[in-house]
Write a protein that binds this ligand. Structure first.
Ligand code: ATP
Ligand code: MG
Length: 249
């Protein structure tokens, strides 16, 4: 594993002012993530996981504290610079897939590439098809989201996250809507991507999903209460093989 830090968080605080009340969603979060790590962020509902992930993904800014993404101090950047950084370095995967309806899988995956004016129509197509191949869905390129299963829709969303070849994938409850088998399939894909060198930060509140990662950061009430390496990373492919046959449930 290379030793360069992809993320460096120091004393990150995020407060939301709601009328006369202030919600302190993050109360001073500090940790680093190194290139090639597969980190899960755990914690109960309201502990600050999504707030933290939005900051990591430059979708939101902290109230205070410093955040370096691949060595770049994010707080000094303009909105345009942030959007550029986000588009080049980060792939997002959400619980609700966030695919465009009535739009083919291939076109959904092509979307992030429209921000890159240097790409020709053919290059855009080829890259999107390559990303669909990486998630084993090339044979579904013409299907719209409603013509795909939940797990397939999530794989399209992962292909879309991969198409700009980001250094890091951020996922927020990406298996939250999926059954056990499909969740494990998504985790097997995440483990493959991690093997290929992608850094992954994956929010979940399910311990059996966190077992597939190599490190878990536990949040409680806006603070890190535990940050531990997982010595026995579970193989999602083995977990899949150990499940009873699909028709049994
Ligand atoms: N935009 C916002 N405005 C005001 N308060 C917010 C906002 N976003 C989050 N919060 C508050 O910040 C706290 C952390 O919320 P967050 O969404 O990060 O939790 P979470 O750990 O992702 O929970 P869940 O597991 O339910 O998704 C909560 O108390 C929430 O109500
Ligand atoms: Mg959340």
């Amino acid at each position: 594993m290379s030793s360069n830090k992809i993320l460096e968080l120091q004393q990150i605080k995020r407060e939301f002012v709601m009328g006369t009340e202030t919600v302190r969603a993050l109360k001073g979060v500090s940790f680093d993530v190194f290139a090639g790590e597969f980190v899960t962020i755990m914690g109960s509902s309201g502990s600050g996981k999504t707030t933290l992930l939005n900051i990591l993904g430059c979708l939101d800014k902290p109230t205070s504290g410093s955040y370096l993404l691949d060595g770049v101090n994010v707080s000094g950047l303009s909105r345009n610079e942030l959007a550029r950084l986000r588009n080049h370095k980060i792939g997002f995967v959400f619980q609700a897939y966030n695919l465009l309806p009535r739009t083919s899988a291939l076109e959904n995956v092509e979307l992030p590439l429209f921000y890159n004016p240097e790409l020709s129509v053919q290059e855009r197509r080829d890259r999107a098809l390559g990303a669909l191949q990486a998630v084993k869905l090339a044979d579904r390129e013409d299907h719209t989201p409603s013509q795909l299963s939940g797990g397939q829709q999530q794989r399209v969303a992962i292909a879309r996250a991969l198409v700009n070849q980001p250094v890091m994938i951020l996922a927020d409850e990406a298996t939250g809507n999926l059954d056990t088998r499909t969740s494990y399939e998504i985790m097997a894909l995440m483990q493959d991507l991690n093997q290929e060198g992608k850094t992954i930060v994956f929010v979940t509140h399910e311990p059996d999903i966190a077992a597939f990662s190599s490190r878990t950061v536990m949040l409680r009430d806006g603070k890190v209460v535990k940050d531990s390496k997982n010595e026995n990373v579970r193989s999602a492919k083995e977990a899949l093989a150990a499940l009873p046959p699909a028709e049994d449930y």
